[in-house]
Design a binder for this molecule. Structure first.
Ligand SMILES: C[S@@+](CC[C@H](N)C(=O)[O-])C[C@H]1O[C@@H](n2cnc3c(N)ncnc32)[C@H](O)[C@@H]1O
Length: 196
């Protein structure tokens, strides 16, 4: 297993594939163990790095992970097979916003796809959370730019950062969820669905 992980880190570095930061995946693995998470949905697989690491948190974890890029999807399937986790990780090749999950539900949803669409993912996938479930979002600081958008000159970057800032406000004002923000890795938000 360690060899597969090391090779994925090397591949990601060599091919400019963004993968989760070490402290962030450690935090998520700990959350999985402490809260006895069993079913996970990941939005944004890349090459399967975080999916594989989440699945190794404990033996009864099952992950469904969605990737829209063909090359990354194929690389992820290969890595999942090499890790011997094809019975617990399902890689879905599609745009997450087009996936039909009717009948499925999850304890933890990890949002790690296009940062311009965070609110759309949240609004869609919150409907597939089990009671007491959680939505974790990565890159909520976006390299330190979030909260500083007024000083950004590049139009594209400014617009992207403003979308993440709007998402942060959306989470803060969302009465159905209790959200905490963590200064870990590139910033994580942890939104627990309130029980009424
Ligand atoms: C940051 S990477 C994921 C990294 C991965 N979670 C990890 O830590 O190993 C984001 C991935 O999301 C994919 N993606 C972006 N928007 C998507 C969408 N709407 N549906 C499915 N995949 C998407 C991208 O192609 C990219 O591979």
């Amino acid at each position: 297993m360690n060899d597969v992980i090391k090779e994925m880190e090397r591949y990601a570095e060599a091919n400019n594939v963004p993968i989760i930061e070490p402290d962030s995946i450690l935090f998520i693995k700990k959350y999985i163990k402490l809260n006895d998470v069993k079913k996970i949905l990941e939005v944004g697989t890349a090459i399967g790095y975080s999916a594989i690491l989440m699945a190794t948190a404990k033996d009864d974890v099952e992950v469904t992970t969605i990737e829209r890029d063909d090359k990354r999807y194929r690389e992820a399937v290969k890595n999942v097979n090499e890790a011997g986790l094809d019975d617990r990780i399902e890689v879905v090749f599609n745009d997450a916003l087009d996936v039909n999950l009717a009948g499925y539900s999850y304890d933890l949803i990890f949002i790690d796809a296009a940062k311009s669409q965070l609110k759309k993912y949240f609004e869609k996938f919150q409907n597939y959370l089990n009671p007491g479930g959680v939505i974790i979002t990565d890159n909520i600081k976006f390299h330190g730019f979030v909260g500083e958008s007024s000083a950004i000159e590049s139009k594209n970057l400014k617009s992207l950062v403003q979308k993440i800032e709007n998402y942060v406000d959306f989470l803060k004002n969302n009465k159905e969820f209790e959200t905490k923000f963590y200064d870990i890795g590139d910033g994580l938000s942890v939104s627990v669905k309130k029980k009424y």
